[in-house]
Write a protein that binds this ligand. Structure first.
Ligand SMILES: [Mn+2]
Length: 442
């Protein structure tokens, strides 16, 4: 931990809501006996099957998922937004919230900032606060889907794809500014999601829009530092409802290839048409060394941004099966930037994120239980039934005591939700910040 300036007292002042380690230890004591019994039983069973349980535990503890700065307040729909009391109203408070998640889960060791919603006013102070909370700055996200205050040009008809050169230049410059901001914070990655597209047939020339986007991205790419990645996110529809310029993984991959080696495709679970085989997309992108990042959420109908694993946990597990395979077999693919991209109206945002983090770890743990060698033999023998037995055998294993072990060994809570409630975190936040605060950006 390093203090860039101000020493200990300024950190104390910056972090007014911080969970004390001894509180977590005390709470863990209540269910420690139960945990040990459950873990030993499972570890014994898995070891007999040939699994290396301590290897699984260490792989799981390495998985750190970035929390987006916009998920810490209640999300809205186009019909309205119901605030959740005690929401963070500035970047410092957002970091405090991520600090709470990190203390309890030990798997949220990064934050992903959205510019211009979260431009630090004092970089040194923010870096100092993040260090003290053990939080890194993951990918920085640009925003050319809204008009900014004082902006000369409007993005109403698109940004990087716009027919107007002046608009495209403004959008390019914004992305370069975001890189600059990220650089000061130690980020190494830029994520670009465009709302560009058209609402009606004939409104856009598809080829011109795509070519403009490619040219604009190349201009941004030229300003990307050597050790950075550029992630290009795709989405088939919304807010434009007839066509989207970067509509699918194919479009994203073409644009990434057009830019160069540091540009990659980003897969957001909610950005697919119903029934898309996302695990297959993930798999092939890794084979080509072009999967750069991943946004987690869940959905029933469209880009619903629901809690990860709340609707289709088996699909999440199948995706993790491919991710695990790729991490082990595709050295041509870079380490991934993981982020939760979910936000909605009815849950306490911090409880929602705790549930999402646990669902991600659970899917990863179960995927690690798949015997890849055995699966390969079954595939070579075209033993379709055996293949399914292997996958579902892993999926049906209750791995929650492994997740507890992972948290316990890194100082987290055995049950983060219970700890969050026992420690009355939301009440503390309301007391500190007031009832009717509104998270910036939403
Ligand atoms: Mn996303």
């Amino acid at each position: 931990m390093k203090y860039t300036f101000g020493g200990f007292y300024s950190i104390k002042k910056l972090i007014s809501v911080k969970i004390k380690e001894e509180h977590i230890v005390k709470l863990n004591k209540n269910s420690l006996k139960n945990h040990i019994e459950n873990f030993d039983f499972l570890a014994n069973k898995l070891s007999k099957k040939g699994h290396n349980v301590s290897d699984i535990v260490s792989k799981l503890s390495e998985l750190q998922v970035a929390i987006p700065s916009w998920a810490l307040g209640a999300g809205g729909t186009r019909f309205g937004r119901f605030s959740f009391y005690g929401e963070p109203s500035n970047l410092e408070q957002k970091l405090e919230d991520v600090g709470v998640l990190q203390s309890l889960t030990q798997t949220a060791g990064a934050v992903s900032l959205h510019i211009p919603w979260d431009i630090p006013s004092d970089y040194n102070a923010i870096i100092e606060q993040a260090d003290a909370l053990n939080i890194k700055f993951d990918s920085v996200n640009s925003n050319t889907f809204q008009d900014q205050k004082y902006a000369i040009e409007t993005y109403k008809y698109g940004s990087l794809s716009n027919t107007s050169q002046a608009v495209r230049e403004q959008a390019i410059q914004h992305n370069l500014d975001v890189i600059n901001i990220g650089n000061k914070l130690g980020s190494k990655c830029l994520t670009i999601w465009l709302a560009d597209g058209s609402c009606f047939p004939g409104q856009n020339n598809f080829q011109t829009a795509f070519q403009n986007t490619q040219d604009s991205l190349k201009n941004i790419y030229m300003g990307l530092p050597d050790d950075w990645k550029m992630l290009i996110e795709y989405k088939p529809y919304e807010p434009n409802l007839y066509s989207t310029v970067i509509r699918d993984w194919g479009a994203s991959l073409m644009l990434a290839n057009g830019c160069g080696d540091k540009a990659f495709t980003l897969v957001d679970l909610g950005h697919h048409l119903p029934n898309s085989n996302i695990e297959q997309i993930v798999s092939i992108l890794q084979l080509k060394g072009k999967l750069g990042g991943f946004h987690f959420n869940d959905s029933k109908y469209g880009d619903d941004d629901l809690t990860v694993g709340s609707i289709k946990p088996y699909a999440l597990f199948l995706i993790f099966n491919e991710l695990v395979y790729g991490m082990e077999n595709n050295p041509q693919n870079p380490d991934l930037n993981w982020m939760i991209d979910a936000s909605h109206n009815v849950k306490d945002p911090l409880e929602d994120l705790i549930q999402s983090l646990e669902a991600i770890q659970e899917a990863y743990a179960k995927a690690l239980l798949i015997d890849q060698a055995e699966l390969k033999v079954a595939q070579l023998n075209n033993d379709v039934v055996k293949c399914q037995e292997i996958l579902q055998g892993a999926y049906r294993t209750d791995v929650r005591s492994i997740l507890e072990k992972v948290r316990l060994s890194s100082g987290g809570a055995l049950s983060p939700i219970n700890a969050y409630r026992s420690l009355n975190i939301r009440d503390t936040l309301i007391k500190e910040r007031g009832k009717n605060t509104v998270a910036t950006g939403l």
